[in-house]
Design a protein. Structure first.
Length: 149
């Protein structure tokens, strides 16, 4: 008889769902008008990248983000929502977890000198690694129901 009310696969699903809810909250609390109409998030990112101590961050931002600020604002805002929903519902979970890991690592590198949110980015990245490494989509997921992975 088990001494816990969930088995390890179910606890991993709880972690996956919690990580997804964290991404959904990141989407929910963003001022969509500021991001999508005024490009506030991208202009903030540009100010951080311009002062960044690593050349590749400045160059990467200039090449990838600056030429397409509106598109990149949509990618960030709705990317966070897609990652969150994918993890919560367990749909295309490895893709959502990998995308979340990449986005957290980008946030981490961009804000390397601003440690205010680095704990959050590192913990979300770690949770993504655990989700990927443990196949946390095997329980309570659309992936499992449809036998996708």
């Amino acid at each position: 008889m088990s001494t816990t009310w969930l088995d390890s696969a179910q606890w991993l699903a709880v972690l996956r769902i919690g990580l997804g809810l964290w991404w959904v909250e990141s989407f929910r609390h963003k001022d969509k008008a500021a991001w999508l109409k005024r490009g506030a998030g991208i202009s903030w990112g540009a100010s951080v990248a311009d002062k960044h101590k690593w050349q590749f961050v400045r160059k990467g931002f200039d090449v990838v983000v600056k030429p397409h600020p509106k598109l990149m604002a949509y990618v960030v805002v709705f990317g966070e929502l897609a990652i969150g929903l994918g993890l919560v519902f367990g749909f295309l979970t490895p893709i959502a977890a990998a995308a979340g890991l990449v986005l957290n690592l980008i946030y981490f590198v961009l804000m390397i000198t601003d440690w205010a949110e680095q704990g959050q980015n590192l913990m979300m990245a770690l949770a993504s690694v655990v989700v990927l490494g443990s196949h946390a989509w095997n329980v309570w997921s659309i992936d499992s129901l449809l036998h996708i992975f």
